[in-house]
Design a protein around this ligand. Structure first.
Ligand code: 5AD
Ligand code: SF4
Length: 433
């Protein structure tokens, strides 16, 4: 009898990419994906451990799903936790929660078919490999958008971050394999390819660095659009910015996490740049690509952050004028350097600072979005919008655009006049209609 499985994914695009790998792996082994956890033999939760909130959410979901076991079924779904939380806590989770049957870290996904078939109560987290799961057919679910992992892991050890310990050291994929995958996606009609890595700017394969890879990828992908995340400000070079500026299908859009505007806090975070150096990178990007869409990440309430240091962050947030910002309150992650730093702020104070940043950014996001009204922008049609009769698409700047009453096919590029914007979502009509 075929074993059925259901996947629930949390966290960043790296986790979405992991879930595509797992689907490919399980389907190739003869398993069938099913649309709901209720009817599945196995439920896989792909977890994120970056912030406490994400971890709590995924464990809450595990508790909720475990309830399926008591609803008159002879045996409930076999529950597997994959991804970062699995790697972080390992076998401890099997004992602590009593909800999970197996815990499988990102380097051990090949063990999943055996574990599910045998319903093994086990934790597989100790292996560390350079396995990029190259041979596996990935099951992609976001046509015409796709993700291509170019590297795994991270060597930066930012003091607040758990990623280096759960995802392991940095390992770049061979450029030839990346180019083959990208060319295949473009030939299959994919029109947006996002290169993924924790720190794409330190990509290296022999003599090929990130700028070279980016140009080669753009050529292989043409006419598909290319994006990439995440860029570390320290490693973002002029060469990369020039590649972006000089290549028509590389999106003029960049996510450049600033984290803080205070030099003391940046040093305590082990970020490897000062606020002045960060500003220089922003100036370089804007000089080479006027109108580039910039987004960032900021952490409020890092241990020891004084009011003055926080004000500096808030000041830079206003001054730079990002199109969008992902704002977080600091959360302690066990085993990271920052977790044992003195000067922990009360959670209420971290939240207060977070709200100050949110207010500043909300105004900026709205203002920048309103400025687009009346402009013509090229939009990649991605599919149906939530409301019937509406279609959704993305601009090169990665802003969502909703079209009323159009019937384009996903993957088509359409020039659109923006009528209004309410932040990250915009509304528009095809040019000439
Ligand atoms: N607390 C709060 N935010 C964090 N991030 C990473 N670790 C933490 C933490 N411990 C944020 C950073 C990073 C983004 C992915 O998550 O801003 O860029
Ligand atoms: Fe974490 Fe820093 Fe690596 Fe990003 S660069 S994954 S924040 S350690």
């Amino acid at each position: 009898m075929t074993i059925t499985y259901f996947i629930d994914t949390y966290g960043c695009q790296m986790n979405v990419s992991d879930s595509e790998t797992i689907r490919g792996l399980l389907n190739a082994a003869g398993f069938d994906e099913c649309p709901s956890p209720e009817s599945a033999d196995a439920v896989l939760l792909i977890s994120c451990a970056v912030r406490e909130h994400a971890e709590t959410r995924v464990l809450g979901r595990a508790a909720q799903l475990a309830g399926l076991r008591s609803h008159g079924r002879s045996r409930g779904p076999f529950m597997v936790l994959c991804g970062c939380v699995a790697q972080e806590h390992g076998s401890e989770l099997l004992e602590r929660t009593g909800l999970l049957d197996a815990v499988v870290g990102p380097d051990c996904y090949r063990d999943l078919p055996g574990i599910l078939r045998e319903r093994l109560r086990t934790a597989h987290t100790d292996r560390r490999t350079s396995d990029h799961y190259e041979d596996l057919p990935r099951v992609r679910s976001e046509f015409p958008r796709s993700f291509v992992t170019i590297m795994r892991g991270c060597d930066n050890w930012c003091s607040y971050c758990i990623v280096p310990s759960v995802r392991g050291p940095e390992r770049s994929r061979e450029s030839g394999r990346i180019l083959t995958e990208v060319a295949g996606l473009s030939a299959a009609g994919y029109r947006e390819i996002t290169l993924l890595g924790q720190n794409v700017n330190s990509y290296r394969d022999g003599s090929t660095g990130f700028a070279g890879l980016l140009e080669a990828v753009a050529r292989a992908a043409d006419p598909a659009w290319i994006r990439f995340v995440t860029s570390h400000p320290r490693d973002l070079t002029r060469g990369v910015a020039e590649a972006m500026a000089g290549t028509g299908n590389i999106c003029r859009q960049l996510h450049l996490p600033m984290q803080s505007g205070s030099d003391r806090v940046l040093a305590a975070m082990n970020r490897g740049y000062t606020s002045a150096q960060y500003m220089e990178k922003v100036a370089m990007l804007r000089e080479l690509m006027p109108g580039i869409v910039l987004t960032t990440d900021i952490i409020a309430g890092f241990p020891g952050e004084t009011q003055e240091e926080f004000d500096r962050t808030a000041g830079l947030l206003s001054e730079i004028g990002f199109d969008y910002a992902f704002l977080f309150r600091y959360s302690e992650r066990r085993g990271t350097a920052a977790a044992s730093m003195p000067g922990a702020l009360p959670v209420e104070e971290r939240l207060r600072r977070l709200h100050v940043l949110q207010d500043i950014q909300k105004r900026i996001t709205l203002r920048r979005s309103a400025m687009l009204a009346g402009r013509n922008l090229r939009v990649l049609i991605t599919g149906e919008a939530r409301r019937p009769g509406q279609q959704a698409g993305r601009t090169m700047g990665n802003r969502m655009v909703i079209l009323e009453g159009s019937s384009f096919s996903p993957g088509e590029f359409v020039d659109v006049t923006i009528t209004r914007g309410d932040g990250w979502t915009h509304f528009g009509v095809p040019v000439g209609l």
